[in-house]
Design a protein around this ligand. Structure first.
Ligand SMILES: *Cc1c(COP(=O)(O)O)cnc(C)c1O
Length: 369
């Protein structure tokens, strides 16, 4: 059994992927070749976002938006403590300071804690500039509430959708829910390539222009006319060609993920806490993450039965060596700490067989009866 099965998808796409890669090798436009703009158009159609700017990875995508907004030293950016490190790392790389805020039981940023985070930033002499909600495990954050709080204070909202490509809030797809949205095509993400890749989504024309410049060394008329400090951050044409093929089966894969999730919801014992998905949202279940008191014992029990499992994330960012000196919004991020101690992610991918699903449910039933 695989935790995330990329081999089945590979065999389904088969020669389509081979031909797509071969075609790039033959036409030879490895950097910003035609497949890159084709993919940007396809993703624009898929998300309904006006602009899509692909780049080298999901971390650069975050850095690029912060740079384009002019965020840097002396500025504060509010980020959840319970997330993958890249969310906060991107803030630090611009010279700005992350202010950690707690999350709720649905794993996403606690909107009620935002006012306190702004106060904390100001008490540190920092100017709050933006909030980065994370769609953790594939579930969109509460963007309407976040924007309602952020926009009157002139705070930008940057959605870290590295885990939630294809997810929805009130019928709208991720990519259109914030001032800008970033994603990652790291192989294990819901829409992954065969290496590193990322993209930025926005309806803002000016931001899109800046981002196209930033990804190419701050180009003006061309890359030898440098109007700002930028990065070298393009999506390889080969990766774009692979993603174009994967996108053709992505909707079907999202449905299949939902079917696996539905099985888990119906068959896992009631003594464990299942993901909380409000009925205005559609998750893509980048991870199916449950909570249990005896997490480490349960993990051992699953492993003994050859059921792969992972803990995302064992340490909240405000406790990490590199980040513990940065301000925390409230003295502690209590829920983030609790989650780090009791979350466990189960196998989740579109091709998890009925037999494997049944085995997982049975092992849980045996452990918890
Ligand atoms: C994977 C991930 C990133 C970074 O993406 P990369 O493409 O690996 O740089 C950022 N934020 C979150 C929440 C992620 O899960």
């Amino acid at each position: 059994m695989e935790f995330i099965d990329l081999k089945t998808q590979r065999s389904i796409l088969g020669s389509k992927i081979d031909n797509a890669v071969l075609n790039v090798i033959n036409h030879g436009q490895f950097i910003l070749g035609p497949e890159v703009s084709q993919l940007e158009e396809a993703l624009s159609k898929f998300t309904q976002s006006k602009h899509v700017i692909t780049c080298a990875n999901g971390t650069d995508a975050l850095v690029m938006v912060l740079l384009a907004w002019g965020i840097g030293p002396g500025d504060a950016v509010i980020v959840p403590s319970f997330t993958f490190v890249a969310t906060a790392e991107a803030v630090c790389l611009t010279g700005a300071t992350p202010v950690f805020v707690d999350v709720k039981e649905d794993y996403n940023i606690d909107t009620e804690a935002l006012p306190e985070a702004v106060k904390t930033a100001e008490a540190c002499g920092l100017k709050p500039k933006a909030i980065i909600p994370v769609d953790l495990f594939g579930l969109p954050a509460d963007y309407e509430k976040i924007k309602k709080f952020a926009h009157p204070l002139e705070l930008k909202v940057l959605a870290d959708a590295a885990q939630s490509m294809g997810a929805e809030l009130e019928g709208r797809r991720v990519g259109t829910l914030a001032d800008a949205t970033t994603t990652s095509f790291f192989p294990a993400k819901p829409l992954g390539c065969y290496g590193d890749g990322g993209a930025i989504f926005t309806d803002d024309d000016e931001l899109a222009d800046s981002l196209r410049s930033i990804r190419l060394h701050g180009k003006g008329r061309d890359k030898y006319d440098n109007v700002r400090v930028g990065l070298n951050s393009r999506l390889d044409t080969i990766q774009a060609a692979i993603l174009l093929q994967k996108l053709t089966i992505f909707e079907d894969e999202i449905e299949k993920r939902q079917r696996v999730a539905d099985f888990y919801f119906d068959n896992l014992p009631s003594s464990i806490t299942l993901p909380q998905i409000s009925d205005t949202k559609k998750s893509v279940f980048a991870q199916f993450t449950v909570r249990l008191d005896e997490r480490d014992l349960a993990a051992q029990g699953l492993s003994k039965n050859n059921i792969p499992n992972q803990v995302y994330y064992k340490t909240p960012l405000h406790r990490q060596t590199a980040y513990k000196t940065y301000p925390q919004s409230v003295a502690e991020c209590k829920m983030s700490e609790k989650l780090s101690a009791d979350v466990l992610s189960l196998p989740m991918h579109p091709y998890l067989s009925d037999e494997d699903q049944a085995l997982i449910a049975n092992v849980f039933k045996t452990m918890f009866s």
